[in-house]
Design a protein around this ligand. Structure first.
Ligand SMILES: [Zn+2]
Length: 268
């Protein structure tokens, strides 16, 4: 089975991991086509924090929810500050950040929940989205791993938090690494290398003081070190900068762009 497929439903294009779907987890990584936006006209920007027209963003979110058959009223988001704090989404947190950025869970870059039908939704343009699904307990997680989050091992910490809070068996947990900047396009400098040198094999020297960084591999190694099985770490292997017609790319568009949404939930 291919790890990752693209599909269209009700005019919304997205990628997803069929294996997660088969286990009962709706998951999606939205493409940029066919949306409403003042920031990137006609694009499907899903983030409220990038200076776009909020009403248009909310209509885009509604379109995505409709296409996925999920409840837009339960979309739950956090503020994504490139840290490593993980929030447990309980009943009272459901819908945080749904209609405004200020109500999104603050100072947090990863969410986990045991609630069914609660779409955890984070936003990305090159940073690595990692979704986690526990087939035994039905718990899910999502992490925002840019270079800072990746060097903080946020995806692996999120997996471990699921083990701690929900009793997730890490040898059964399935992780999926979504579209994001690939090693082909991601050159970094000494500052990043120093932060991440614990995973030196993910850095490939280019010119003096510069490396190509493989964030996908860094996240994979960290998840394996946490106890996940190699066959349970899936990857889209799609570079957002290479595929900027399909997905937003912060680097390719020099910071002025929208955000794709990554979504995971357990269907009841
Ligand atoms: Zn690339």
């Amino acid at each position: 089975m291919t790890d990752f497929l693209l599909k269209e439903n009700a005019g919304v294009w997205f990628g997803f991991f069929p294996r997660l779907e088969a286990l009962g987890f709706t998951n999606a990584f939205t493409c940029r086509f066919h949306g409403e936006s003042d920031l990137v006209p006609d694009n499907l920007n899903l983030a409220l924090h990038v200076g776009d027209n909020a009403e248009k963003v909310l209509r885009n979110r509604k379109a995505v929810a409709g296409a996925l058959g999920i409840d837009a009223g339960k979309l739950t988001a956090c503020q994504q500050v490139h840290g490593d704090k993980i929030a447990v989404v309980d009943k009272e947190d459901i819908g945080a950040g749904r209609t405004d950025f200020s109500s999104a869970i603050a100072d947090t870059d990863a969410l986990i929940t045991a609630e069914a039908n609660v779409p955890l939704m984070l936003f990305f343009a090159d940073c690595v989205p990692v979704v986690l699904a526990d087939p035994l307990t039905g718990a899910v997680g999502i992490a925002h791993a840019g270079w800072r989050g990746s060097t903080l091992a946020i995806a692996a910490k999120t997996a471990c938090k699921m083990a701690e809070v929900f009793g997730t068996d890490l040898t059964r947990l399935v992780a999926a690494i979504g579209p994001s900047i690939g090693p082909c396009c991601y050159e970094v400098d000494e500052k990043v290398f120093r932060q991440g040198r614990e995973w030196e094999s993910c850095f490939h020297p280019t010119t003096p003081g510069h490396w190509q960084l493989d964030l996908w591999q860094m996240n994979r190694l960290q998840l394996l070190a946490a106890g996940l099985k190699p066959e349970n770490v899936l990857a889209a292997n799609i570079c957002t900068e290479h595929n900027r017609q399909l997905f937003f790319s912060y680097r390719a568009e020099k910071g002025r762009t929208g955000r794709l949404s990554a979504v995971i939930l357990r269907k009841q």
